[in-house]
Design a protein around this ligand. Structure first.
Ligand SMILES: NC(=O)c1ccc[n+]([C@@H]2O[C@H](COP(=O)([O-])OP(=O)(O)OC[C@H]3O[C@@H](n4cnc5c(N)ncnc54)[C@H](OP(=O)(O)O)[C@@H]3O)[C@@H](O)[C@H]2O)c1
Length: 212
């Protein structure tokens, strides 16, 4: 598939390399291509462009921007370039200023989520929450000694979730579909939980597993 990645941080770079590794075509988008010089050298088959270039290129998009500017990045990508496409939304609504005793603060409440705000502003995009509650180094082909970790996802569009599920399967994850966009109110805060061992014990390599 053709994948457009909106972002130049750890998530964008890791997933960009992961999609290339798994045989997809990738354009990564940023306001400042110089941030991706090293990534491009390490991933010569990948392309780098603006947010709009990446969004126009991708049949499937990945939103990997800082939470507070996620909507702005979608605007820069161009509403028309998002329309009808699955957008794997990795973002978290984290407040600047760091955690309180290891617990991050969000600018959303439990009756609201960042992905609901994005889905409302860009109704023609088909957002799927994914990859938000694990660290970038574990996102692609995570090795837990043969045990597959669980990726919680949600979104309103069944076909977009099926596409996300195929990708996650390829990347070595099992998927737990939590329903419509409102479930992002529960999935986004998993990031807060995931980060606590990181801030308290400098332990950043775990992932969640749903036992049934
Ligand atoms: N880091 C992780 O391990 C991890 C794991 C799971 C989920 N997440 C979530 O994934 C998202 C990406 O995280 P990250 O650590 O890779 O990167 P990040 O540092 O949170 O975000 C970097 C991106 O935000 C964009 N950005 C920042 N300020 C902007 C502005 N004023 N206008 C437009 N764009 C702006 C940057 O654009 P330019 O490229 O143009 O500079 C860059 O592409 C975040 O929401 C984070 O919470 C992160």
């Amino acid at each position: 598939m053709k994948i457009g990645i909106l972002g130049s941080g750890a998530v964008a770079k890791t997933l960009g390399a992961g999609f290339l590794k798994h045989g997809h075509e990738v354009t990564v988008g940023t306001r400042d291509a110089a941030k991706l010089t090293e990534w491009k050298a390490a991933n010569p088959k990948g392309s780098v462009g603006s947010f709009a270039d990446a969004a126009a290129f991708g049949e499937v998009l990945v939103l990997a921007a800082k939470g507070s500017v996620a909507a702005e990045v979608c605007r820069l990508a161009g509403t028309g370039n998002l329309a009808g496409k699955p957008v794997l939304d990795t973002t978290n609504p984290i407040v600047e200023g760091g955690p309180d005793k290891g617990v991050l603060k969000f600018f959303t409440t439990l009756e609201d989520s960042l992905m609901e705000r994005l889905q409302k502003e860009f109704p023609e995009a088909r957002f799927v929450k994914a990859f938000n509650s694990v660290g970038a180094p574990r996102m692609v082909d995570p090795d837990f000694g043969g045990v597959k970790p669980t990726m919680f996802l949600c979104g309103n569009d069944a076909a977009a979730k099926a596409t996300a599920t195929k990708i996650l399967d390829q990347f070595g994850w099992e998927v737990a579909d939590m329903g419509g966009v409102e479930a992002a109110r529960a999935i986004e805060p998993l990031c807060i939980l995931w980060c606590i061992p990181g801030f308290r014990e400098n332990s950043w390599t775990h992932a969640f597993k749903l036992l049934k």
